[in-house]
Design a protein around this ligand. Sequence first.
Ligand SMILES: C[S@@+](CC[C@H](N)C(=O)[O-])C[C@H]1O[C@@H](n2cnc3c(N)ncnc32)[C@H](O)[C@@H]1O
Length: 231
Amino acid sequence: MKLSHKIGKLFSREAHRRAARRIDRKLHPIPLAPLLDKIDKVRLRELQEGHATAKNYPAKYVRDIPRYLRMNIPRVQDLNLHRLPPQDVLDLGCGGGFFLFIAQQFGHRCLGLDMPDHPLFGELCDLLGVQRRVWKIQAMEPLPDLGRKFDLITAFSIGFNRKIDKSLWHPNEWDFFLRDLQDRHLKPRGKIFLAMNPQLDGDYYSDDVRDFFLSRGAEIERERVSLLSTL
Ligand SMILES: C[S@@+](CC[C@H](N)C(=O)[O-])C[C@H]1O[C@@H](n2cnc3c(N)ncnc32)[C@H](O)[C@@H]1O
């Protein structure tokens, strides 16, 4: 088969999957208003007043809560969390906890993990009632004991795959990380879902990282990398 034909088929498969997800979201919506109603307005106003003019990067999250909830609703829908029975969910680099807050409304038992650098993320998680473990993920270092195993481990807009010298993880670092998740934190038949951040060149991962994910049986669709437990 010609390369152009193969690429065409790949794109049409991707386009088809994206369209199917869009339709499914429309058929099974998660309305925003009931989510907003669950948030303590007094505490939110206090947080917003405290950060009204702050220039630090997480301040944007507290100024426009509806925007970030809206961004996270499709994440919950695409992982089918609004239709699954209660799951144990771990979100790595959870930021303000918006994704887990929505997931919790459907009965899921959620834990976020994020580094200590931005206390506002912790305050947002508190506001949203999301339990958070403070931990900095580092290349070739296992995660701490989290006290339980998870059906689903997610990471959105990933920022932890940078080494101290700012270079990105290579396959050996991803291999260590995924083995640790698989062996110590994922339940049998659990699932890992990663949403990569675009790099400066617009790519989501280098070719060798992509090949590594594929060799681990991942399903890849642009920024989305899904892996199933091998147990
Ligand atoms: C772009 S933000 C995404 C936040 C959230 N996942 C979302 O999509 O809205 C990246 C997040 O990863 C966290 N992060 C970056 N490096 C990390 C590390 N080494 N360990 C743990 N968290 C990290 C940041 O603190 C931040 O919350």
